[in-house]
Design a protein around this ligand. Structure first.
Ligand code: ACM
Ligand code: ZN
Length: 656
């Protein structure tokens, strides 16, 4: 009975949908419950009351709004709930007036995060405060600052002044030039050539207090044991024995490493009251550990399988230290990799896992008792959000708002596991993002979609989400001067992807002489002859990836296509993708040959290419051109890369 009544009220609201009722769709994030009436309320004339309500099980962010033509009641569980009520009111407001409505709202996830990498490029305090204004308007509640990561150490640490006198400044602003072409050197603060910067403790305290007023916890990240170039540059004793050259890993077997990290974390905790302290943990190289006598001895003493497992040992010790101080560590999902079974069975209690590489790791982590934050590749905001040829250079593949919206965290929220999903987070990596304008362009509107998922779940269609996003532009761009990307002028995916191609090899069997990567299978064995071309993203299921292996110089891409019988054809054509930031390159050499019997092949194409560096993601078409028609049943194609670790990606072999 009660349920039917609710339905009746909803139906009435929808049937009487005037201009006011449209606003429910425009709100972002969408409230849990919202029913709109016909009239309006004028805050200048009507009665406004605010009441604190007891926690109804929805936490301190819970709020209710009851707006009639004469009164507005705001009910809130805590100051954060009150703040969120005011943000919703600000979205509801059209000029002077508010629509009459009943809204009740609370978040789906407790962690609704945004990470900004301030190490690869430094952004001033004013920029961070502006982002706090914007993010909090959309009920984001965690600002994760990636404060260290080779690009520069960004936090004043009194005990180790060299971290900011030297390791916060580099010789070159352009990331590729500094990281790849130059020697990754730091410079002294004050040198006219020095590029970089850092936040004083006073500045970070100011940010922490400012953000707290808007419901945002600032979560600092200090990277360890990898991505620690600044640390080893400022304090060279932290490098492994016998490894004098610059490197990214600290020695996990040197007691001095622990003393130093504890000292640094003490100062970090003094500035950041956050319950969570992020300790990185991702992508340690570990090469120097294998050669280090101290690490070898330590691994033996601890009974570890290898020196690589010292990562788990370090993470465990640091997490335990933070736990003693009443804090909790967060690490990227590599913290799951090492030595859990052999050394640190209780790691789960001490570390929250930020899952990024393979989202399936979330369940593994939760089954071991870790809480997780989901920040999948879909939420990497340094990727292109529109057709790469017309966009500024970006780090990785194509991730428009529409694709981002397909990621649904709900299935990971499984019952019965010891750990839980705390929430979701978008990550703005800034290797290629040098300006404040460009950072905002990449953040918005994509982070708004993540905010929506974190607050209300993924309960509306992409069309509804994009309508809500469009409704945000006046506030976002005009009122807040945010340089957001405008989805109304989106160019969209590669035109080749939009419709199937017809050619003579559609459905032909493909034999792989080298396997495609299990990470980039496309549609499996039929991918290259299914008549479907790929889009701007090599991970879109249409492209297939092949990596140049370290243990062989054989071509990573080596296939034979069987047309089933001898056919006449004039050209063989295929596209390769290049995405420099992702180590995906056009091949250095392509060979194509044909055969009637599958044994004796006659070359029809053989070309070498000089490596070019591309500023954007691109595709290159390789097409054979022979004057007379080929007559053959089998077509063999090989493609090489220059160096191990580089990738060949192709989507379709077209035969005409
Ligand atoms: C990461 O992207 N290395 C966390
Ligand atoms: Zn060592």
């Amino acid at each position: 009975m009660k349920r039917n009544m609710t339905l009746t009220v909803l139906t009435v609201a929808v049937l009487s949908m005037g201009t006011q009722a449209m606003k429910a769709q425009e709100l972002l994030p969408q409230p849990k419950k919202a029913i709109f009436g016909k009239g309006t309320f004028n805050p200048k004339r009507g009665v406004i009351t605010m009441e604190k309500i007891h926690d109804a099980g929805h936490g301190k962010e819970h709020y209710k709004l009851h707006i009639t033509p004469d009164t507005m009641r705001v009910l809130y569980a805590d100051s954060t709930g009150l703040f969120y009520a005011t943000q919703t009111i600000s979205q509801l407001r059209k000029g002077e007036l508010l629509p009459t409505c009943d809204i009740e709202d609370w978040p789906s996830y407790e962690w609704r995060g945004c990470m900004i990498d301030v190490s690869r490029h430094f952004f001033p305090l004013s920029f961070l405060k502006k982002q706090v204004n914007v993010l909090s308007h959309y009920k984001v509640n965690r600002l994760h600052l990636h404060l260290t990561d080779a690009g520069g150490w960004r936090l004043q640490i009194d005990r180790y002044p060299e971290l900011t006198k030297k390791a916060a400044w580099r010789t070159e602003s352009d990331w590729t030039k500094w990281w790849i072409d130059n020697d990754r050197r730091y410079m002294q603060e004050g040198d006219p050539e020095a590029y970089g910067g850092y936040y004083t403790k006073a500045e970070m305290r100011e940010l922490v207090a400012y953000a707290a007023q808007k419901g945002i916890t600032v979560v600092p990240e200090i990277e360890m044991p990898g991505h620690s170039e600044e640390l080893t540059a400022a304090i060279p004793e932290l490098k492994c024995e016998g490894n004098a050259e610059a490197q990214g890993d600290v020695c996990p077997s040197n007691e001095n490493t622990y003393a130093t990290l504890h000292n640094i974390l003490d100062e970090v905790m003094e500035v950041f009251p956050s319950k969570w302290i992020h300790i990185g943990g991702d992508e340690a190289g570990k090469g120097s550990w294998a050669k280090c006598p101290t690490c070898q001895r330590k691994a033996r003493l601890l009974g570890l399988r290898s020196t690589a497992d010292l990562q788990g040992y370090l993470i465990q010790r640091i997490a335990a230290y933070l736990r003693l101080e009443g804090r909790e560590a967060i690490g990227w999902d590599e913290v799951l990799d090492d030595s859990l079974s052999t050394y640190a069975p209780s790691l789960g209690d001490n570390v929250n896992v930020m899952v990024w590489r393979d989202i399936k790791a979330a369940r593994r982590a939760m089954s071991r008792g870790h809480n997780v934050i989901l920040s999948p590749g879909d939420y990497y905001l340094d990727r292109y959000q529109d057709a790469p040829p017309t966009e500024p250079f970006a780090g990785g593949s194509y991730q428009p708002l529409r694709n981002l919206w397909t990621f649904d965290p709900a299935p990971y929220r499984a019952d019965g596991l010891e750990g839980k999903v705390l929430g979701v987070q978008g990550n703005l990596w800034t290797e290629y993002i040098k300006t404040e304008d460009y950072a905002e362009y990449m953040l918005y509107p994509r982070e708004l979609a993540i905010a929506e998922v974190g607050w209300s779940g993924r309960s509306r269609s992409y069309e509804e989400l994009s309508q809500a996003v469009v409704a945000q532009y006046p506030w976002l761009t005009t009122a807040q001067h945010v340089n957001a990307f405008d989805i109304r002028r989106e160019k969209g995916d590669r035109k080749e992807k939009l419709k199937p191609v017809r050619h003579k090899a559609v459905g032909a069997k493909v034999t792989y002489h080298q396997p495609y990567s299990p990470s980039y299978v496309g549609q499996g064995d039929g991918t290259l002859t299914d008549g479907m071309c790929g889009g701007w993203s090599y991970g879109d299921g249409r492209w297939q990836g092949f990596m140049q292996r370290r243990d062989t110089t054989k071509a990573p891409f080596d296939i034979t296509i069987d047309l089933g019988e001898v056919r006449r054809f004039s050209t063989v054509s295929l596209d390769f993708m290049q995405s420099d930031g992702a180590w995906v390159f056009y091949p250095s050499r392509v060979n194509i040959s044909v055969s009637n019997d599958g044994e004796h092949f006659v070359p029809i194409y053989n070309k070498e290419y000089a490596r070019e560096r591309l500023k954007v993601v691109g595709t290159r078409t390789v097409t054979t051109t022979s004057k007379k028609k080929n007559q053959a049943r089998f077509i063999r194609i090989t493609a090489h890369e220059e160096h191990p670790g580089e990738w060949v990606f192709t989507d379709e072999v077209k035969v005409y």
